[in-house]
Design a binder for this molecule. Sequence first.
Ligand SMILES: *Cc1c(COP(=O)(O)O)cnc(C)c1O
Length: 356
Amino acid sequence: MEDYKTLDFDISPVGMSRLEGVDFSNLAFGKVFSDHMFVMDYADGEWKRGEISSYGPMTFSPAMMSLHYGQAIFEGMKAFRQQDGGVAMFRPGENIKRFNFSAKRMGMPEVPEDIFFQALVEMLKLDSGWVPNAPDSALYIRPFMFATESHVGVRPSQEYRFCIFTCPVGAYYTKAVKVKVELHYTRAAMGGTGAAKAAGNYAGSLFPTELAKSEGYDQILWTDAATHTAVEECGTMNVAFVLNGKMVVPQTSDTVLAGITRASAVQLMRHHGVEVEERKVTVQELIDASAEGRLTEAFGLGTAATVSPICTLGLPNGDWDLPEMSTWEVAPKVKALLDGVRYGTAEDSFGWNIPV
Ligand SMILES: *Cc1c(COP(=O)(O)O)cnc(C)c1O
């Protein structure tokens, strides 16, 4: 008999799973949703009892405050099918902490860490069949919270909904991306909300990104708001370079979100004896290094794509192409080290995998 801890929420499993109808060999990212979701509401200054139940639509008032004033945050994390057949989440505690950091920044209530964690565990137990096992696949987990009070007038909402749903996903990007070095638009400013996973940050990036796409690029390489001289992030990912043979990553700040993939990559590479610099990286430095053949790799780091190679840096005076990916050494090593831990094929030296 399993020793059941009393849960702080209810579980109403679905009567019939939709799993049978899913084509796991052809998963569009973020289009397929597992059977269950977790929902917990906040009102009267407290979190009410949550519930795991069937994934499905919700009904809201047109005056729901998140629609008007944008109090909405999210997280992105993954669970992986282990080599031994089990399922493990990768560093969920880091996502829980960052979620509550985002909540605080956006004037929203924090979610009790133990309930958040328990909800993840119980969701994954119920939907363990949805964790794919093909290479580069995973179960993407999307926790989010938004203001639900019906009220017109700017102030923090007094009611919120916290939810979690999951999506089985295959490999993300397939090819190297051309990035436009953005010298006009801004993703994040000092003192702003760039370090939080706030929905509005992404809304603000869409128009500049569409513009970049119309100019033949795939993504934007964001630069600092004040001077547009320092490189910050690539699309919705952190970014890393190999400069003069060294892995270099822009340091985190108000404007560079503290990615868990980034932190894990830096820690793992150092653990394996590779020197990594966390510092300011300037656009000029990249151009000079590129001209002299000292910029040998550039890649994005994030949960969705893990490692996303960059083939071209676009600047007003022309495009700078990176060397052929077949010559790259650092990016493949980062990917292999991260995957080794996450899929349970390498030693988990730091206890990052949390089996469910
Ligand atoms: C989520 C996110 C990242 C990457 O964070 P991970 O924890 O590695 O997924 C980087 N930058 C931005 C802007 C993000 O939203």
